[in-house]
Design a protein around this ligand. Structure first.
Ligand SMILES: Nc1ncnc2c1ncn2[C@@H]1O[C@H](COP(=O)(O)OP(=O)(O)OP(=O)(O)O)[C@@H](O)[C@H]1O
Length: 265
């Protein structure tokens, strides 16, 4: 596959040459119970970062705080050059349109075709029925949606209903829908969790490849150690709401990750 034009564009853009995300003293409590405590870290632009940690260590809460699906209790988040916690509701919507999110559950509309679901990814640019049904979408949007499906290897399934696809194929449709946003950063929260091992690995590889081709920053949560080692450049390890590992994946092996997970309590 050829590199996306955005890759070259980003390399030439000094604003993108440094950090995609800077988090300072970030904290979150639920009903007075701290879940994230004084997090400080930086994610460099174009780097694939794995967020790891035991169940309940705060990974999903952190991911949601980054785009304010959960409001942090304190701290600062600068993502894509924006002070996220000070954005107005309108600016927040515009900001979120630059962030591609992939969840464990794909949230597609099962009885609509793959193509209609992908067309819906354009909703940040346009609204109404034209964003719901591929047959009503402008030709350029339909063509873009087909190109996105092609990038995830599903152009030949475009008109098939999502409920007739496998779990791995449906997750790839969700990724194609996310690509319609033309995101500048991708956040993925356990995209491999409800898939069989092979489909999970394919989805992780696809996300890593797409991010690399487009020069995008990728932050990905996965419970599978082998995926962390294979598909990330950098690892952030959370333990009880604190960052206890922040290092390049090179130099980390399965034994070290096992020790990390053994010392979680
Ligand atoms: N809305 C909420 N209200 C109260 N507590 C919450 C809420 N969301 C998460 N928590 C708590 O915060 C802690 C961290 O949860 P979180 O889902 O972020 O962990 P995680 O590392 O993503 O776990 P897992 O790997 O199991 O998905 C848990 O103790 C959880 O019960």
């Amino acid at each position: 596959m050829t590199a996306h034009p955005r890759a070259a564009q980003l390399q030439a853009d000094p604003a993108q040459a440094g950090s995609a995300l800077v988090v300072s003293r970030l904290a979150k409590s639920f009903d007075g119970r701290p879940v994230l405590t004084g997090l400080d870290f930086t994610v460099r632009a174009g780097v694939a970062t794995a967020l790891i940690g035991a169940n309940g260590s705060g990974k999903s809460t952190l991911m949601k705080c980054l785009i304010r699906l959960i409001e942090p209790s304190a701290g600062q988040i600068t993502m894509l050059g924006q002070d996220v916690l000070s954005l107005s509701p309108r600016a927040l919507r515009a900001f979120r349109s630059q962030v591609g999110v992939v969840w464990q559950k794909h949230n597609l509309v099962p009885r609509l075709s793959a193509l209609s679901n992908v067309v819906h990814g354009v909703q940040s640019r346009m609204s109404g029925p034209r964003t719901w049904f591929q047959s009503l979408a402008p030709a350029a949007v339909r063509a873009q949606a087909l190109a996105c499906l092609d990038r995830v290897g599903l152009a030949d399934r475009a008109l098939q209903r999502v409920d007739s696809l496998s779990g791995g194929q449906a997750q790839r449709v969700a990724i194609a829908r996310m690509l319609m946003q033309e995101p500048r950063i991708i956040l993925a929260d356990e995209p491999d969790a409800s898939l069989d091992p092979q489909s999970g690995q394919e989805v992780m590889r696809l996300l890593a490849d797409l991010a690399r081709q487009d020069g995008l920053t990728l932050i990905i949560i996965s419970h599978r150690m082998e995926h962390t080692l294979e598909f990330s450049d950098h690892i952030l390890g959370l333990q009880q709401g604190r960052i206890v590992m922040d290092r390049p994946t090179r130099g980390v092996d399965a034994a070290l990750l096992r020790r990390f997970f053994e010392h979680q309590d």
